[in-house]
Design a protein around this ligand. Structure first.
Ligand code: DP6
Length: 396
């Protein structure tokens, strides 16, 4: 092939909110009804790797394409199109200003993307996915865009994706401009600010596929009275308290706001008409387990949070690994996948959980993920598109 294939590859992290985004005030621009705040998880355990490529040799008739975990994925949706359009427009502006630049904006895009975690885990991969997609294309186009500017674009792909453009502790400021120009993410603290923060994910299999976050939040906005209280009073309080807790590395305060905000979000789901239930009996057993662990410790050593599904994410500090991880490892046993020897070795259970709670966890937790706080997207030379433009499979 004579025509050059241009490529750029990026990895991007998953983030788990401790103050939840739930509700859109503008579905087209994907503008939220409230600000939110999340923790970026380590890419060693959870990440999306994406290569963006373009070439004049790619048949124009094929258009833009995306291969996701080995399967062709539809790019005609309004959200993906919005990301492509915004990025192309910025590249086209550069090409107009400097006519010596290759006209990448006119070439079809061929994008290949893979997650390093099983899709079956039911972990929100749209955040890492859109963050990686936007960053990879921005790098391909050599755009001089900051992570904050890219967060404006990723937000249009999936709201929570705007927070995956940064590492550490990240706020998405809702903004008030009608065009969304101030609805942008910023970093509250770097990952290194609180080095002992850890996350333990209990992967709970759902009996059937739940309501998607996009449609669930629309139903909540339209029907829940409690939701009005949440966006007017609860979230603003939680945002302020959470930023203070992070600044001061106050785990007890961090944990209380995290748990209260998860409870508040799921309460608005229950108040949606008809109601939406994301948590199941196993999720509720995880809440009880955290309460029993905290009660036995005599202080708050663990905090649970749940997104739009039954998985529990439990935040804790490294120094309390014995109480938190030791107890759950003892209950779930080595048969459950995902324990890391380096973490669980020598940990003794310090808390005996209720039999009913332990039984539910044993029956419903299919795997665990032990991870920590991590960095934002990173450029890599591990390309998923070969020099001749053909897709390659990632090393998993
Ligand atoms: C419960 O970002 O998936 O995880 O903007 O419609 O793509 P869309 O929604 P999405 O919603 C995430 C909701 C949440 C809370 C959060 O991550 O803040």
């Amino acid at each position: 092939m004579a025509e050059k294939v241009y490529r750029a590859s990026t990895t991007a992290p998953v983030n788990i909110a401790v103050v939840k985004y739930w509700g859109k005030r503008d579905a087209k621009l994907n503008l939220p009804t409230n600000s939110s705040l999340s923790v970026t998880l380590s890419q060693s355990d959870l990440r999306t790797l994406t290569t963006a490529s373009c070439s004049a040799a790619y048949p124009a008739a094929d258009g833009d394409s995306l291969l996701l975990n080995g399967e062709p994925s539809d790019v005609s949706g309004a959200r993906t199109q919005a990301c492509f359009r915004e990025l192309r427009a910025r590249r086209a502006a550069l090409e107009t200003a400097d006519v010596s630049l290759p006209k990448l904006s006119t070439m079809p895009l061929r994008i290949v993307s893979e997650n390093n975690f099983p899709t079956a885990a039911g972990l929100a991969s749209s955040a890492a996915g859109f963050a990686a997609l936007v960053r990879a294309i921005a790098d391909l186009y050599e755009l001089p865009a900051s992570p904050a500017e890219l967060s404006l674009i990723a937000r249009q792909g999936s709201g929570s994706a705007c927070r995956s453009l940064f590492g550490g502790y990240v706020a998405w400021r809702m903004g008030d401009a009608a065009d969304g120009s101030d609805s942008v993410a910023d970093q509250v603290a770097e990952a290194a600010h609180w080095p002992d923060m850890r996350a333990l994910i209990l992967v709970v299999s759902a009996a059937k596929k739940g309501v998607s976050s996009t449609s669930g939040m629309q139903q909540t906005v339209a029907t829940s009275g409690l939701f009005q209280e949440r966006i007017a009073r609860v979230v603003p309080q939680h945002m302020a308290a959470m930023e203070k807790a992070i600044r001061e590395r106050d785990f007890a305060a961090f944990a209380e706001v995290t748990m209260r905000d998860s409870n508040s979000f799921h309460a608005t789901c229950a108040d949606t008409y008809p109601p939406i239930f994301y948590m199941n009996d196993v999720s509720r057993a995880a809440i009880r387990a955290v309460e029993q662990i905290n009660a036995a410790a005599g202080r708050t050593v663990a905090a649970y949070t749940f997104d739009a599904g039954p998985n529990a994410v439990i935040y804790y500090l490294e120094k309390d690994a014995e109480a938190v991880v030791g107890t759950l490892y003892h209950v779930l046993g080595a048969a459950v996948d995902g324990w890391k020897d380096a973490v669980v070795k020598g940990l003794k259970p310090t808390v005996t959980l209720d039999e009913a709670v332990a039984g539910l966890l044993k029956s419903g937790v299919s795997r665990v993920i032990l991870t920590g706080v991590g960095e934002g997207p990173a450029k890599t030379d591990e390309h998923l598109v070969a020099e001749d433009g053909t897709p390659v499979t990632a090393r998993r």
